[in-house]
Design a protein around this ligand. Structure first.
Ligand code: RB5
Length: 147
């Protein structure tokens, strides 16, 4: 798969480790930055990756900031995006199976890199289950349509 990745200044090292891991798993990684540890605004990178996912320039996205919250909030403002913040692999699997999350977000200040790898793997290995979950996801997306 082609996976977009983005982060703020708190998460450069983790972004690089996760990018390497994604490549080891056979995925293509598109890096939307930042590569700088200078303080920056997570919304910039959340939006870049979200727009790439929404435009289908990439299949899925990974976003990392200090907590994963700010960058996912920004991403979720883009139409068609379902960015989920996770801190362990069971939730990471379920957000794909039940919520069809097209962006996985996490916090470089919250979890270690091994947990992040486990989550990324669990999320990528899972598949959306559809059925009743599709109806529920459709209801979420209908809220977006109503503005
Ligand atoms: C940056 O200090 C921090 O606020 C940011 O990385 C993130 O945790 C916001 O949600």
């Amino acid at each position: 798969m082609r996976i977009g990745i983005g982060n703020d200044h708190t998460a450069v090292a983790m972004k690089n480790e996760i990018s390497d891991y994604l490549r080891e798993l056979g995925h293509e990684v598109v890096d939307y930055g930042t590569d700088s540890s200078e303080s920056c605004n997570y919304a910039v990178y959340g939006e870049k990756v979200a727009r790439a996912v929404a435009a289908k320039d990439v299949d899925l996205g990974v976003l990392i900031c200090g907590t994963g919250v700010g960058i996912s909030l920004a991403a979720n403002k883009v139409k068609g995006i379902r960015a989920a913040v996770c801190s362990e692999s069971c939730t990471a699997r379920l957000v794909r199976q039940h919520n069809n999350a097209n962006i996985l977000a996490f916090g470089a200040r919250i979890i270690g890199v091994e947990t992040a790898k486990e989550m990324v793997r669990a999320w990528l290995d899972a598949e959306f289950e559809g059925g009743r979950h599709r109806d529920r996801v459709d209801m979420i997306m209908a809220i977006e349509e109503r503005g």
